[in-house]
Design a protein around this ligand. Structure first.
Ligand code: HEC
Length: 138
């Protein structure tokens, strides 16, 4: 029976250590931390078309007005879960084979060519943008 007590006290000690090492910042890969990185990129690259600070000159010549991205769920009549795969592949845009001209830049191409990211890293970027978009749904 003695060893059970030892195991239990070791467990307790490690739990205390875990507790002590927690600080107020969200863990690096939590949804909240991801959303924060996504928000930063969004403000720098997406907000000029989608708001909150639309650049009138930038959107004036687009065929389609950029949709309000706080209403992705509303436009789809509030499905049970956010359409992660659909939206990620739309933002990436590299697989988009529509014949009509697309106004929205293909961000997958941007990440691959301008930022020299690997496909895995691009998936990570999409994850951050999706986490942010989920956090702003009305
Ligand atoms: C040049 C303007 C422009 C920029 C910059 C832009 N978008 Fe778009 N976006 C559009 C337009 C226009 C549409 C509507 C579809 C189309 O014509 O391409 C759209 C559609 C979307 C949609 C589809 C929404 C839905 O409900 O189906 C998502 C998601 C989206 N954009 C996310 C982003 C993200 C994330 C960024 C930044 C990484 C971004 N957009 C940057 C113009 C832009």
């Amino acid at each position: 029976m003695h060893y059970i007590k030892t195991i239990l006290s070791l467990l307790l000690i490690s739990l205390i250590f875990v507790g002590l090492s927690c600080n107020s910042e969200p863990p690096k890969n939590s949804r909240a931390a991801q959303a924060k990185r996504g928000e930063k990129f969004f403000k720098a690259h997406c907000a000029e078309c989608h708001g909150p600070n639309v650049d009138a000159k930038r959107v004036a010549n687009l065929q389609t007005p950029p949709p309000d991205l706080t209403k992705i769920m509303e436009r789809r009549k509030h499905p049970a879960t956010f359409p992660v795969a659909e939206i990620a592949s739309y933002i990436d845009g590299r697989k988009d084979v529509q014949l009509h001209k697309r106004d929205m830049p293909a961000w997958g191409k941007y990440f691959a060519n301008e930022e020299k990211l690997s496909n895995d890293e691009i998936k990570g970027k999409m994850g951050e943008l999706i986490a942010y978009l989920i956090s702003i749904q009305k």
